[in-house]
Structure formats: structure tokens, C-alpha cells
Design a protein around this ligand. Structure first.
Ligand SMILES: [Zn+2]
Length: 236
């Protein structure tokens, strides 16, 4: 191929490689941000779960305290009734009920002590978790910020490269350009293969001597007969 077109196509290839690598970096960013957001979300959920659990325990404690009050009221009424009772049978029955109520109160008090311990431990856990949580969330939010500014920076670079590419494309012969595009579609990478020691560095096949000789002296655009890539020979 003629050396001017060849070097332009090499530049084009270099730009396309840069554009592609920026695009693939940009494609990864939304998933990375999403992952960090989910981490933040799960920290908030864990916090809510701990608070919810503590409310539940507080509620259970309150209910048991109310139950104790109910039994104490009942005991007070039973004591009045015991003073007025006539029959022995009735007296025994009231005493039994009073003893049962007292037993219930002792049982409830034990349960309340257990609940208070649980509540205290949970409050400590919440305090410690919240401290870590706030720091962790700040850290994650900073990572998100960094990713967003990286995204902006990459987009700016990409726009510059696209402009450069357009400017370059405008100066390349349409036939060479369309061939470049069609080879690119097929081989994905390395549209132009450097020829080294008579070997195409795109597919690593030896170039037939006849084509190689032509390549050395001709101004024509040559493609590798094996892989179809443009061949570029730089005379040393
Ligand atoms: Zn080849």
C-alpha cells in the first residue's frame, strides 16, 4: 500500500484501539457503581433490622410489665375477697389462685431480666454498628464519586478521540477506508498487520514470495492472502 495511506490507517487503527479500550472501561462503570450502591443499601437494611429487633424487644418487655400489673391488681382483689370469704372451700380456691398469680409474676420478672440483658446487648451492637456503618458508607460514597468523575474524564477523552478519528477519516481515500472497515468487522483487532521477516503478524503465516516482492516495490494496498488483514511493511 502507499506509505501515506498506510501510516494514516495505522493512526486510525491506533485511535480505534484507544476508543475501544475507553468504551470497554466505560461499560464496566455502571455495574461497579451499582455494586457499591447495593453495599450501601445492605448496610442501611442491617441497621433497620437491628432497630426493628430492638423495638420488638422493648415492646415484649412493656407487655410483660403490663401482665405483672394485671396480676398484682388481681392479687389485691383476691386479698380483699379472702377477708370476706365464708366457706373453707372458697378460701382454699382463692389462696390457690393468689399463689398462681404470684408464681406468674416471678416468672415474668425473670423473663423481663432476660429481655433487659438482650436489649442492652443489642443497644451496644447498634451503637458499634452505626459507627462502622457511617464510616463505611462515606467510604463507599467516595468510591462512587471517584467512579463518576472517572466516567466524565473517560467520556471527555472519548469525545476527543472521536473528533480526531473523524478528522483523520476525512483525509483517507474512501476505498482504503471502506476496506479497512470491512476487514475490521471480520478480524475485530489488528486490521493492519506489520510484516516481519516475511511473516504476517496478524495470523503468523509466511507471505508468499510473489506477494512479498510486490509489497516491497508496489504502491498498491496489499492484504494477507491468509487472514485478509492489511499488510504493512516498514523498510528498515
Ligand atoms: Zn495474515
Amino acid at each position: 500500500m502507499d506509505s501515506v495511506t498506510a501510516s494514516k490507517l495505522l493512526n486510525l487503527q491506533e485511535l480505534d484501539n484507544q476508543i475501544e479500550s475507553i468504551n470497554s472501561e466505560l461499560e464496566k462503570i455502571p455495574a461497579e457503581i451499582e455494586k457499591l450502591r447495593k453495599e450501601i443499601e445492605s448496610l442501611k437494611i442491617k441497621h433497620d433490622q437491628l432497630i426493628h429487633r430492638k423495638k420488638e424487644l422493648d415492646f415484649q418487655k412493656k407487655e410483660k410489665e403490663l401482665d405483672i400489673q394485671t396480676f398484682q391488681d388481681r392479687i389485691a382483689k383476691l386479698e380483699i375477697a379472702l377477708n370476706k370469704v365464708k366457706s373453707n372451700e372458697e378460701y382454699k380456691a382463692l389462696l390457690r389462685e393468689k399463689a398462681q398469680a404470684e408464681e406468674n409474676i416471678i416468672h415474668l420478672e425473670d423473663e423481663i431480666i432476660q429481655l433487659m440483658e438482650e436489649i442492652e446487648n443489642l443497644a451496644k451492637e447498634i451503637k458499634e454498628f452505626d459507627k462502622i456503618r457511617e464510616e463505611k458508607i462515606k467510604e463507599l460514597e467516595n468510591e462512587i464519586k471517584a467512579l463518576n468523575s472517572k466516567k466524565t474524564q473517560l467520556e471527555e477523552e472519548l469525545n476527543k478521540l472521536i473528533t480526531q478519528r473523524q478528522e483523520l477519516v476525512n483525509t483517507i481515500k474512501p476505498q482504503a477506508l471502506s476496506q479497512y472497515e470491512s476487514i475490521k468487522k471480520r478480524v475485530k483487532n489488528k486490521v493492519i498487520a506489520i510484516v516481519e521477516d516475511q511473516v504476517c503478524t496478524g495470523c503468523y503465516m509466511v507471505i508468499p514470495p510473489k506477494i512479498f516482492t510486490e509489497l516491497l516495490k508496489s504502491e498498491k494496498l496489499f492484504t494477507c492472502p491468509n487472514c485478509g488483514r492489511y499488510l504493512f511493511y516498514e523498510s528498515k
